[in-house]
Design a protein around this ligand. Structure first.
Ligand code: TXA
Ligand code: MG
Length: 347
């Protein structure tokens, strides 16, 4: 039976204590609550309630072998979920928490195995969004929360996206408007030397290296540093995504034009997801275009990326033509999501 999903507006900077208390009471009763973080919306449950955690997997149709991130209100709570906090982990936490960094730590035995999918590590972060922090503080328990989308789909950067994917599967959605960063947290394994980026995200490689020296970036497809969310096809809209290459805006636009002509000739509908500079050079006039903003504004691109994918998907285009961005700063995370969205569907 589908649940009645309640959507409540909440001020993103000063969430009402009454609303947070209501959401916290629901979490403590074993219900699911979707809430905004600075990265994307999360689908939360009490991390110590195994039954509620199982419901997260069911709601998302996520395989049980893909572990969840545990969110904390403050650093002192780490000892509730992990047995050890190494010097490297502590340094990263002191610099980047609250914020978009997730650290793998040795798992505490008290944590239900469902959260970590039976692994001996737990992924932990303190989010910086006032609604997420307020909810965590009001609950007093760690909240296990993956992104609030159906498994494999584009992550949600607004409450409307959560409704699209999870209406009837979650009790409450706190609508705090669009998320400020728009791309997920960086997942880091701080145990090996050098530390490993398992998923690039909101904290950049450059920021990590300034803090702890060289880090290794495990390219997608590299098996050894397996993080289940690193499945090749992920973050994907319901359209084929084609990455158009070129070493300038003009060259990328030419490649998009070429693909567009071929697709139209073949009777297929296409949309363009590209930086403003590329849009300016396009010759073809497709009905469905989404402007990611200026090429150099990687934060702006990160913010608009998932909205762009979902907007073109909602326009029912069969193919999305887009391009990679400069591979520094947030560009590493943007390109990771684009490559995974573009990975061919397994037939
Ligand atoms: O920004 C974010 O990280 C958002 C917000 C809601 O916090 N959450 C998020 O969760 O993106 P999710 O479940 O969509 O992605 C978590 C990633 C997955 O790739 C998962 O496989 C990985 O973290 N992960 C979780 N626990 C892990 C563990 N113990 N070892 C390796 N990877 C782990
Ligand atoms: Mg996810």
């Amino acid at each position: 039976m589908p649940l009645p999903t309640v959507v409540v507006q909440v001020d993103p900077s000063h969430p009402s204590p009454e609303i947070l208390a209501e959401a916290a009471a629901r979490i403590l009763r074993g219900e699911l609550v979707a809430f905004p973080t600075e990265t994307v919306y999360g689908l939360g449950a009490n991390a110590f309630d195994a039954e509620a955690v199982r419901r997260i997997f069911e709601a998302k149709q996520r395989p049980f072998d893909d572990p969840l991130i545990v969110h904390l209100a403050e650093i002192e709570e780490v000892e509730m979920v992990a047995t050890e906090f190494s010097a490297v982990a502590a340094r990263l936490a002191s610099l980047f928490w609250p914020g978009p960094l997730t650290l793998l730590l040795p798992r505490h035995a008290a944590l239900p195995v469902e959260v970590t999918s039976g692994l001996d590590t737990v992924a932990v972060r303190i989010p910086s969004h006032p609604v997420a922090l307020g909810l965590l503080a009001a609950c007093g328990v760690p909240i296990a929360a993956p992104s609030a989308n159906r498994f494999g789909h584009t992550s949600p950067t607004s409450a409307a996206h959560v409704v699209e994917d999870l209406d009837g599967a979650v009790e409450l959605i706190l609508d705090g408007g669009p998320t400020p960063l728009g791309i997920e947290s960086t997942v880091v394994d701080p145990r090996p030397t050098p530390a490993v980026i398992l998923r690039p995200g909101g904290v950049t490689r450059e920021q990590l290296e300034a803090a702890i020296g060289p880090v290794r970036y495990a390219e997608p497809g590299e098996r050894r540093a397996a993080s289940p969310g690193r499945l090749p096809r992920h973050y994907a809209p319901r359209a084929e995504v084609i990455l158009c290459a070129g070493d300038s805006a003009e060259a990328i636009a030419a490649s998009i034009d070429e693909h567009a002509l071929r697709l139209i000739a073949g009777g297929r509908s296409a949309g363009v997801l590209a930086a403003s500079e590329v849009h300016q050079e396009l010759k073809s006039s497709l009905a469905h275009v989404f402007d990611l903003g200026g090429w150099d504004d990687l934060l702006g691109i990160a913010r608009r990326l998932f909205l762009g994918m979902r907007t073109l998907e909602a326009a029912h285009v069969e193919v999305i033509l887009c391009h990679l961005v400069p591979a520094h700063g947030l560009g590493l995370a943007v390109n990771d999501r684009l490559r995974r969205a573009a990975h061919p569907l397994q037939k």
